[in-house]
Design a protein around this ligand. Sequence first.
Ligand SMILES: Nc1ncnc2c1ncn2[C@@H]1O[C@@H]2COP(=O)(O)O[C@H]3[C@@H](O)[C@H](n4cnc5c(N)ncnc54)O[C@@H]3COP(=O)(O)O[C@H]2[C@H]1O
Ligand SMILES: Nc1ncnc2c1ncn2[C@@H]1O[C@@H]2COP(=O)(O)O[C@H]3[C@@H](O)[C@H](n4cnc5c(N)ncnc54)O[C@@H]3COP(=O)(O)O[C@H]2[C@H]1O
Lengths: 141, 141
Amino acid sequence: KKIEAILLENKEHILVPAEKVAHVQVNNRLDHALLVLTKVGYSVIPVLDKDYCIKGLLSLSMITDAILGLEKIDYEKLSEIEVSEVMNTDFPIVENPYDLEEILHLLVDYSFICVASDEGSFTGIVPRKQMMKGLNRLAHE
Amino acid sequence: KKIEAILLENKEHILVPAEKVAHVQVNNRLDHALLVLTKVGYSVIPVLDKDYCIKGLLSLSMITDAILGLEKIDYEKLSEIEVSEVMNTDFPIVENPYDLEEILHLLVDYSFICVASDEGSFTGIVPRKQMMKGLNRLAHE
Ligand SMILES: Nc1ncnc2c1ncn2[C@@H]1O[C@@H]2COP(=O)(O)O[C@H]3[C@@H](O)[C@H](n4cnc5c(N)ncnc54)O[C@@H]3COP(=O)(O)O[C@H]2[C@H]1O
Ligand SMILES: Nc1ncnc2c1ncn2[C@@H]1O[C@@H]2COP(=O)(O)O[C@H]3[C@@H](O)[C@H](n4cnc5c(N)ncnc54)O[C@@H]3COP(=O)(O)O[C@H]2[C@H]1O
């Protein structure tokens, strides 16, 4: 189909490889994760374990939600809470090689999709941006 | 064109009207804004002035960036800083009635676009989600 051809035109750009994706570890503390998320500027980033498997997604609001539950913002408490205690674990992971139609379908509800190898190790993410570029090209044909 | 027709099929769903868009005011303090952003769960929200004009965009990382600059996280300081001091003011605003091709082009780099009337008052936002739905429909034809 014309659509798939346009989107796949830049298939090699669709996947952001794991080494280019900002991430944190499951056992990092929230004071460290707050710093990373603030500095990288991405709203949501993957959480990996020591075997490089995807375990969760983390956003700043998951951290501030944990802080706001305390009496008053107690920065010291942040160094006692692990990322694994606040991260989101309910999200899709697709296996490499991924199917474009499946990715398109999932990207309706998520701003990016995590991709893993058949053994579970993190391969990269497919963000919406590349699809928006394809759509932009389609509309201007 | 087929693309425009598909995307415009749901033109009435493309714009999220202003009354459904979470926002804060320019003179709100950061402790209030932190609470709103944490509770609504959106990563970026518009900032309006008292005349309902769009003045900026705010994310949690803009707030945590301001806090991390302090000696230690000082929650009291948050009630002294105004939203207008940390918000992003460099972003596109399109005028209603908007041109779909222009919106598609801007949505490559932004997860949503703010729409205003010709007098500048906030009309709503066009998020990427609706475009992803259109693309999904196109791919399944
Ligand atoms: N440093 C930067 N340089 C250029 N453009 C930037 C940027 N930060 C954000 N953007 C733009 O804003 C969109 C939304 O970013 P957000 O951080 O909310 O949401 C991002 C973020 O949560 C995640 N993401 C993307 N690239 C990432 C990376 N290298 N590492 C970790 N997470 C990433 O995927 C989501 C969707 O990304 P997508 O590219 O579709 O869409 C991005 C991109 O178009
Ligand atoms: N409460 C919720 N219910 C259902 N799905 C949810 C959701 N919160 C987030 N999502 C999903 O996650 C995507 C990214 O949301 P995010 O908050 O990073 O980025 C959002 C947010 O910054 C802003 N946004 C969308 N709707 C908003 C609203 N009603 N008020 C304020 N900002 C909104 O536009 C960006 C793109 O939104 P988009 O809908 O394309 O894409 C959304 C949507 O597909």
